[in-house]
Design a protein around this ligand. Structure first.
Ligand code: FRU
Length: 324
């Protein structure tokens, strides 16, 4: 009987507390379902860089075959990721970056481009003139840095567009709603709010509603599902969202190629686009189709599992019949 080769992946996930992360893991799991010889352990750092460093160290000590990591903060995570790479463990970085080139592959959308898209759309809906309030996640994370820089690059080309305040916090939206409320009550005339993700965008929309303010809001992520980005655009709660794919499936596809010593790309840039009232219908239809197909795949996978089980019991019976 030939022994199947088994690979173990260690996935160091910066946080698991939101739908974007859950969607990423779902994508990974549905891709892993095609590879029974690969196991994956997930370590959740709960947005704590020190914890994530310890978790990656543990993966190195455990001699996993490959590490997938979404680095919580760029600089603090750089050394440990370089250490894993230098120890000969392939490292696939997803979504957030470090400050080093020492990794095997990267999977994710370009956050500078996300910021630029937000800037381009801000310019369009403000008709080239207005004031902007920016709200983002932790200031040391690479998406915050890049989404801010990309945005500035575009709006700085137009002196009539003014970024009046950038508020960054590593806390979940519900915990810094008060700061957002304080700013908006003091600056009720701000024309547009650029939120670095749709959870923030939604929280901001609620604050605006309670203050009786009607503001244009741009978010990022564009997840499918009730009260996720696409739904918020469809309901007109936010003006637009910039698609930020999670890359779950792609991360596993890349990991599989690396583990099987097949050719792979080091840089795997995911597609992004502006989702607004005009194209939200098409996006919704597309996602519904994908969802149906995913459900079909899940059904087929469980059918195959069942058939394999029946087949192996039949084989055992046959074997016993031959012996006795
Ligand atoms: C999810 C999330 C997304 C955001 C991404 C940036 O945890 O906050 O909303 O786009 O991380 O890394």
């Amino acid at each position: 009987k030939s022994e199947k080769k088994t690979f173990q992946i260690g996935f160091a996930q910066c946080t698991m507390n939101d739908n974007w992360r859950k969607t990423m893991v779902d994508g990974m799991e549905s891709e892993l379902a095609f590879h029974n010889n690969i196991g994956m352990t997930i370590a959740n750092a709960n947005s704590n860089s020190a914890r994530q460093i310890a978790q990656i160290q543990q993966f190195i000590d455990d001699k996993v075959d490959l590490i997938i990591v979404t680095p919580n903060e760029a600089k603090p995570l750089t050394a440990i990721i370089e250490k894993a790479f230098d120890a000969g463990i392939p490292v696939v970085i997803v979504d957030r970056k470090t400050t080093s080139e020492k990794y095997t592959a990267f999977v994710g959308a370009d956050n500078k481009l996300i910021g630029q898209n937000a800037g381009i759309y801000a310019n369009i809906i403000l008709k080239g003139q207005g004031t902007i309030f920016e709200v983002g996640e932790g200031a040391k994370t690479s998406p915050t840095i890049d989404r801010h820089q990309g945005f500035l690059k575009v709006i700085n080309q137009n002196p009539q567009l003014k970024l009046v305040k950038s508020l960054f916090s590593a806390r979940q939206p519900q915990y810094f709603q008060e700061e957002i409320r304080a700013f908006l009550s003091q600056h009720p005339n701000v024309d547009l709010i650029y939120a670095h993700n749709d959870r923030l965008a939604h929280a901001i929309a609620n604050v605006c509603k309670s203050l009786n303010l009607n503001k244009k809001i741009i978010g990022v992520d564009g997840l499918y599902g009730a009260n996720q980005g696409i739904d918020l655009v469809r309901k007109g709660i936010i003006s637009a969202t910039i698609l930020y794919p999670t890359g779950g499936e792609e991360a596993i596809k890349t990991a599989v190629k690396i583990l099987n010593k097949q050719p792979f790309e080091k840089e795997n840039q995911l597609f992004t686009t502006i989702i607004n009232a005009e194209n939200v219908g098409i996006m919704l239809a597309q996602y519904q189709k994908i969802k149906e197909q995913q459900d079909d795949i899940k059904r087929q996978a469980s059918k195959i599992k069942e058939l394999t089980r029946i087949f192996s019991t039949q084989q055992n019976t046959l074997y016993l019949t031959v012996i006795f």
